[in-house]
Design a protein around this ligand. Structure first.
Ligand SMILES: [Zn+2]
Length: 329
């Protein structure tokens, strides 16, 4: 079933957001609950990101088959916006002839561990260890196979889809080293991947200044609709919010560093203002750590270096699991 253009309808499933464009939404957009996009023109279908687990990928595939009929793989293309597993675990479910990502994303994918190995990567007797076990129990990796892109690019690439052009634009390093966005000028739509989290706290693993620049790149395209990697469908206002969030983080990091304040104290100190009520606010620890490293010319911290603090302080996670009877956060 397709829900027709209504941005306030943030429910799981396929939502039409413009003439050729659809969003597959996974509320509430927390850890592992990412959105996908679909562009359909003529006989061609483009799938943007393929979900974090097999159940969600298969549900999305079934919805596409129901709406558009089943297709030859030659008429299905996937774009993975970046290498995080919640955006490409389901690649094998969609029978796509072409799978495209940036060169930098493909390089990261090749060294990404299998999705069911997450608990092995984290100290078991920690908050992050408990979280990782919860993720492994929640998501379904049955019959998962590793299907990486068979095509990559740097800079930008235009693909033809039926009679419309779709632009892939590299905007990383930002959220990760190899982010891309997908722009459908005909419909005024941008699929932003994890450059944009809408009204839920974004996280950067690669570059805070890159995040700000990527938001500016999206705004310069003047889209009417922006499909974020996590959260509900938005527009340019949602992009400005993310840009301003990262500017606030960057300013705080710069001021704190100039005053010789260590990362932990800068984290305790930060006033998130309007962003304090976004879910997973403790991700600001990872963002500050990224800003500190960037300013000092060090590589950005690995997830294992920051996740314990982020998860231990993740009140949205605690609240959700207390209320939940088996939710998927
Ligand atoms: Zn994601």
């Amino acid at each position: 079933m397709v829900n027709h253009i209504d941005r306030t309808n943030y429910t799981e499933g396929l939502h039409r957001v413009a003439d050729h464009c659809y969003a597959w939404l996974e509320p509430p957009g927390g850890w592992g609950l990412s959105n996908s996009g679909v562009v359909r023109a003529g006989d061609e279908v483009l799938v943007i990101d393929t979900q974090n687990d097999m159940r969600m990928a298969r549900a999305m595939r079934a919805a596409l088959d129901q709406c558009f009929g089943s297709r030859d793989p030659a008429h299905t293309t996937i774009v993975n916006t970046h290498h995080d597993l919640d955006h490409w675990t389901g690649n094998g479910v969609f029978d796509a002839g072409r799978i495209i990502a940036t060169d930098a994303a493909v390089k990261e994918m090749r060294s990404t561990p299998d999705p069911d190995s997450l608990p092995d990567l984290v100290e078991p007797d920690t908050a992050a260890g408990a979280w990782a076990r919860g993720q492994a129990e929640t998501f379904d990796f049955t019959a998962w196979t590793r299907v990486e892109p068979n095509e990559s690019f740097a800079g930008s690439r235009t693909i033809s889809l039926g009679d419309i052009a779709v632009h892939l634009v590299e905007v990383g390093p930002a959220h990760t080293p190899g982010d891309a966005i997908v722009h459908v000028p005909h419909d005024g739509v941008v699929f932003a991947g994890d450059i944009i989290f809408h009204r839920t706290t974004p996280i950067s693993w690669a570059s805070i200044s890159g995040q700000i620049q990527a938001c500016e790149t999206i705004l310069a395209l003047a889209p009417d609709v922006v499909v974020p990697g996590h959260g509900s469908v938005t527009d340019q206002e949602g992009v400005r919010e993310v840009r301003d969030y990262f500017s606030l983080v960057q300013d705080h990091a710069r001021r704190s560093q100039a005053a010789g304040i260590p990362l932990e104290a800068a984290y305790q100190d930060i006033d998130l203002g309007p962003y304090r009520n976004w879910a997973h606010a403790s991700r600001v620890y990872a963002n500050l750590a990224c800003a500190y490293a960037e300013a000092e010319g060090r590589p950005s911290p690995k997830p294992t270096e920051v996740m314990e603090q982020v998860i231990a302080d993740d009140h949205a996670l605690t609240r959700h699991s207390e209320q939940s009877t088996g939710g998927r956060q």
